[in-house]
Design a protein around this ligand. Sequence first.
Ligand code: ADP
Ligand code: MG
Length: 451
Amino acid sequence: MESIHQDVRISWNSVIKQMKEDGEYSVGLGVYLEGAKPIKIDGFKFIVAVPILISKKMIDARYKELIEWELAKITGKNYMLVTVVSDDPQKMQDDVIYPHHDENPTTIGVNSVNENYTFDNFVIGSSNNVATAAAYSTAEHPGKMYNPLFLYGKSGLGKTHLLHAIGNKIKQDHPDMNIIYVTSETFTSEFIDALKYGTTMDFKRKYRNAEVLLIDDVQFIERTEATQEEFFHTFNALYALNRQIVITSDRRPSDLIMLEERLRTRFSQGLTTDLSVPNYETRLLILKNKAQNYKANISEEVLEYVAERIKSNIRELEGALLKIVSMSQLSNIVVDINYAEEVIKSILPGDGIVKITPDKIIERVASFYKITPEDLTGKAKVKNFAFPRQVGMYLCHRLTDMNFKMIGNAFGGKDRSTVDHNVKKIEMMLEIRPELKEDINYIIKDLEKIY
Ligand code: ADP
Ligand code: MG
């Protein structure tokens, strides 16, 4: 036992040392790792305790991958970094409280329901009351009310939250039910792996044994015929047995043009309902609840100010609050309106809505491919830069309303036809290379975070 703890400490200390040597140990990271203690290794989990919630949130959001990467370099194993909050890490050694992975349950590839997202902590307003009611009655009567239930809405409006809330309620009422939560990306990649390793029977068994299947972000399902075919059969098999299916997407079924017609038809045969942008009162209520959760003492005036300024995305609303709370905790100041304004200004480019800009795209793509923004926008005909450049152009085309000429300008003055050609090239590659799609979805998710 003791030797395991020893190992954990040695690895952790080496990781910190290595990060310092590599120049990766930034001031921010230092602040969040203040008081952090390695607890133990449990299978593939490397568990570290931090004293405050903000540190956990920030490490999970910003530094998890870096640390996992360093851990892999040091230990030769692919550990998953798990942060837990404890004010007395010494006491934790053996009775570690396992956190449920919030934020992004999909990145760890576990098909399980996230207990942090419940109906209890979902604020209801006119933007989501119909969807919430539908979700709730679906959870009360799985397989009997609406099948499938199809929830759609733009990013950051609560689809994933409601999906897990359904899972949690069903789990509470029927502890033995087999509930599977999966994103369409995970479904796709598991299926592709199953084909590769000849384990399609296991794959089929797993999904066809679901008593409740919660599919998140169905718009990302692979375009290939085989995956859609498999999905169609899974759907039909479960549907025929009255198993509950809930699907989320960023658009209504009829607009899922990458899906086969027969799938669109299937999706529409239950109830389709949407989540829209919350009004001011709802936004304020959400902020108040979250502030309470963080045990943060933020004045009503500041919360009102934030609710006024950030309008279109609850994830951004939370992000702004988190930033304010963490700043106030770290520097021990009382946040006033002026301060909140500074924070919001640093998030918003002026018009009250966080926008994905070409600069941000260039920055994220460069960082993803480990080159500099200048490499990405420069003229050098280096092979290593050409592909990231194409990806950057593709993302500008997909995520902003810039035309090819504007995109060309953002990339150091390339002409319209070059941009057109590059975008088409990536679109074509996406059809045949699933790993590229994963990379691109990863970058998009990264861009959607406000950090
Ligand atoms: P989507 O899946 O639609 O992109 P999420 O469900 O991930 O959005 O929501 C983004 C964040 O906002 C989550 O942390 C979620 O808990 C929170 N959130 C969204 N809607 C509400 C709400 N009505 N009440 C409380 N929190 C919410
Ligand atoms: Mg979601």
